[in-house]
Design a protein around this ligand. Structure first.
Ligand SMILES: *Cc1c(COP(=O)(O)O)cnc(C)c1O
Length: 347
């Protein structure tokens, strides 16, 4: 009986593959870098990286080095880690051929020193701060950063593989201004003799909606997992890849108790949202630690499974629609789900 009440995130490989195909078609000739941070947005890295590699994804975005190492154990594809790491992690990344995103002089010197120690070559993606002020070389510090990296290139211990930045996506005008700074930085690097193989600036929304901002590579997470932008339109050819189900644990007059709650990562603020039962949609009355109370329906019985959120196939909300109710984003709903929710990957 205990097993029955474990909540399950059912994940569709086919839907994931279809989203990747739709995204790649949409952004071509820009190439996809599939972002896998937060355990592939709550879905689990291992199967997702293997599946993506099998469908021909050649770039992965890992956030940090430990995540990059998990991906490296599954694929020889290019893997990009942009969180600043300590020396030990940076050394491991160099050994494993993981590309590093570099946004400060201190970190640049540290990874070059690591490559020199190992008598190896570190693959660098230099980050220009285009206005977000979240890590990255300020334009006035750019020439020096490029010069330091170029000197290491000349010594054969570094390679400037990429130039990159991150957009605020607050307004089109700001993103346009950021792009102008980005273009300037690429030009300055090339003038200094750098020959970056890739340039990457945009994430899901700008890559999809603003083709003029796409560079040779696009770092995309959310849309590949079928997570729309909050308050954003539907995306042709993509769909949520998972649905969260929970089982009925108790039936009382007027209310049904489900075996899922805030301990599983369901926000208690979801009261009033509707879940899909075999008899149609019913309102959430209350979310507690280990359980959720829902309006009753005829024929409700212990062990029956209902859908908390999913693809919309049974009228249920998707993660983004739930997120909109509580003023957050869809990835937040998925990444909050704890390991107490069993992940089951189906075809
Ligand atoms: C999370 C992240 C992305 C992907 O963003 P999505 O909106 O999920 O596509 C891209 N680049 C960086 C630096 C990120 O942190």
């Amino acid at each position: 009986m205990e097993r029955m009440s474990v909540p399950v995130l059912e994940i569709s490989r086919g839907a994931f593959r279809a989203n990747i195909a739709a995204v790649r078609a949409r952004i071509a000739p820009s190439e996809l870098m599939l972002v896998m941070k937060d355990d592939a947005y709550g879905h689990g890295i291992e199967w997702a990286a293997a599946e993506a590699a099998a469908t021909g994804v050649t770039w992965f975005g890992a956030y940090d080095v430990p995540t990059a190492q998990r991906i490296r154990s599954l694929t020889d594809a290019r893997i990009f880690a942009w969180a600043p790491s300590n020396d030990e992690e940076a050394d491991a990344a160099i050994t494993a051929g993981i590309d590093l995103g570099i946004g400060s002089l201190e970190y640049l010197h540290a990874v070059i020193a690591g490559a020199a120690r190992q008598n190896s070559c570190v693959r660098l993606h230099l980050k220009i701060d285009t206005g977000l002020h979240r890590n990255g070389f300020r334009p006035e510090a750019w020439d020096e950063a490029v010069a330091v990296a170029r000197a290491a290139e000349e010594r054969g211990i570094a390679r400037i593989v990429g130039v990159w930045s991150h957009l605020a996506e607050a307004s089109d005008a700001e993103d346009d201004a950021a792009r102008a700074v980005f273009r300037w930085a690429v030009q300055r690097a090339e003038d200094a003799g750098a020959r970056p193989e890739v340039r990457h600036l945009t994430a899901s929304a700008a890559s999809w909606w603003r083709p003029e901002l796409r560079e040779s590579l696009s770092r995309i997470g959310a849309f590949c997992y079928g997570i729309r932008s909050a308050d954003g339109p539907a995306l042709a050819g993509t769909a949520p890849i998972s649905r969260l189900t929970a089982a009925v644990d108790a039936v009382d007059d007027g209310r049904v108790t489900l075996g899922i709650g805030s301990f599983h990562g369901v926000p208690s603020t979801l009261r009033g949202a509707r879940v899909a039962t075999p008899a149609g949609l019913r309102e959430i009355l209350e979310v507690d630690g280990a359980s959720t109370a829902v309006e009753a329906w005829p024929g409700a019985h212990i062990g029956q499974r209902i859908i908390v959120f999913g693809t919309g196939a049974d009228g249920e909300a998707d993660a983004t629609a739930l997120a909109e109710r509580i003023d957050t984003v869809g990835e937040e709903i998925l990444t909050r789900l704890t390991p107490a929710v069993r992940r089951v990957v189906v075809d």
